[in-house]
Design a binder for this molecule. Structure first.
Ligand code: NAD
Length: 405
């Protein structure tokens, strides 16, 4: 490939990082994955597991080499805690691009208890800062691409379309009106979202002080499992989380439908959320890699989502196609019962993204995955039992509570 880049993918063993690594490798880039494998360790501790039988990282990489002839390197480093190993690797590779997926990524997990809250803050803030500081310390000029979330803005938009990062503010004074672009205000609803708000300031600082080229991708909730590359071989299969801590809503509904569990809608299901299919995630990453900001530019912020839906509309859709029952259960989260959400994604569309949407049949594919691996489903991992404050109640179906009592 003519413009092949050396790309470091932090968190490249995870749900979004793994298919991104394969996609960018297939496009001809030289890929190195850094991952501490902490997600696999957390799964083991929770007694949860990916529904799909993900193979070890070594087996995954060997299968990729066997199928495509392409090599992806792997380094087991904790970027939040192993700074010396990180700097050594960075000084060897001198990456053109660093894509940072390596954070604790579940809002529910971050609200489980004091240990999880502290871990999420320590891991996400420290890891992100170490990557930025190491690049500067070594005099490198990588394009730094970070995965944030649309959820960072809270879900109380008052009808405003969420812009891509910045909001023009007009301040009237006696003689003139002053105008400034400010970061669109965040309104985090969990410790996880709070860390995503906080790292935005790290990015502003390093872009200003050290002219680092930084892209912040504010992603919607990712659904689906497979991409063109992960489908090439069973050993390349992507992870599918359906448990209360890490499962995202649509994958959870599809799983519940397959195992005959009612679709657990929290509260009225009037929460509107932004979504993106995993295939579009990897395409967006390829687009972002090819379009870095210039040195000295402000942080480029793009909303990486393709559609919005209410939770109850999603449940209805899954129920119609599967015949599953819907159960409106208590909401274990401390959030507005109903909200609207409008999000601008003009930049990715203008850069050529052609979104895959829910209506286009990929739900069937995800459902087929859920059916194929039903035997691996651990049923008691499905209900949302941890609450975000003492005032919330678990999001479980009443009959299950009786059975568990
Ligand atoms: N999955 C979604 O729906 C979604 C939505 C919006 C944003 N995001 C963001 O995308 C990123 C990736 O999410 P994901 O769904 O792939 O999560 P994931 O948990 O599947 O993957 C994260 C990976 O990072 C690794 N990791 C975590 N901390 C690390 C550290 N300190 N050092 C090295 N490796 C570390 C984990 O072992 C794991 O393999 C996250 O930052 C997340 O906030 C995800």
């Amino acid at each position: 490939m003519k413009n092949a880049k050396d790309i470091l993918i932090v968190g490249g063993d995870g749900f979004c990082g793994w298919p991104t690594a394969l996609h960018l490798s297939r496009l001809g880039h030289n890929i190195t994955i850094i991952d501490s494998l902490v997600r696999r360790a957390i799964d083991a501790k929770l007694g949860a597991d990916s529904l799909t039988p993900i193979t070890s990282v070594e087996e995954r990489l060997a299968a990729w080499k066997e199928k495509t002839g392409l090599t992806i390197a792997f380094e087991n480093i904790d970027v939040a805690r192993e700074f010396d190993q990180l700097t050594e690797l960075l000084s060897t590779i001198k990456p053109d691009t660093i894509i940072h997926f390596g954070e604790q990524r579940a809002a529910s997990y971050s609200m489980k208890g004091i240990g999880e809250k502290r871990y999420t803050v320590d891991n996400n803030i420290s890891g992100t800062h170490s990557l930025l500081a190491a690049a500067v310390e070594l005099g490198l000029d990588p394009h730094f691409v970070h995965l944030g979330t649309v959820g960072v803005y809270g879900y109380d938009d008052g009808g405003i379309e969420i812009p891509e990062g910045y909001l023009p503010v007009y301040v009237p004074s006696e003689n003139k009106i002053y105008q400034q672009d400010v970061l669109y205000p965040t309104n985090p609803g969990s410790v996880y979202h709070m860390t995503k708000s906080m790292v935005q300031l790290l990015f502003q600082f390093y872009a200003k002080n050290d002219a680092l080229r930084i892209t912040g991708l504010h992603q919607g909730i990712v659904w689906g499992t497979q991409t063109e590359e992960t489908k090439l071989d069973e050993r390349l299969i992507n992870r599918f989380d359906y448990d209360e801590d890490y499962g995202t809503v649509l994958n959870r509904f599809l799983m519940q439908a397959v195992v005959g569990h009612p679709l657990t809608v929290h509260g009225t299901g009037g929460q509107t959320r932004a979504f993106i299919h995993i295939q579009d995630t990897v395409k967006c990453l390829a687009i972002a890699v090819e379009n870095p900001p210039k040195r000295g530019d402000k942080v480029a912020i793009l909303n990486q989502m393709t559609e919005t839906h209410t939770v109850r509309a999603l449940a209805k859709l899954v129920s119609e196609t599967s015949g599953a029952k819907i159960a409106y259960v208590d909401n274990p989260r401390n959030e507005a019962a109903e909200n609207g959400l409008r999000v601008s994604n003009k930049i990715f569309i203008s850069l050529g993204l052609e979104p895959v949407t829910l209506a286009e049949g990929l739900m069937d594919e995800t459902q087929q995955i859920a059916i194929k691996y039903t035997h691996r489903c651990i049923r008691n991992m499905i209900p949302c039992t941890s609450t975000w404050t003492d005032d919330q109640r678990p999001g479980v179906v009443y009959t299950e509570k009786i059975r568990a009592a």
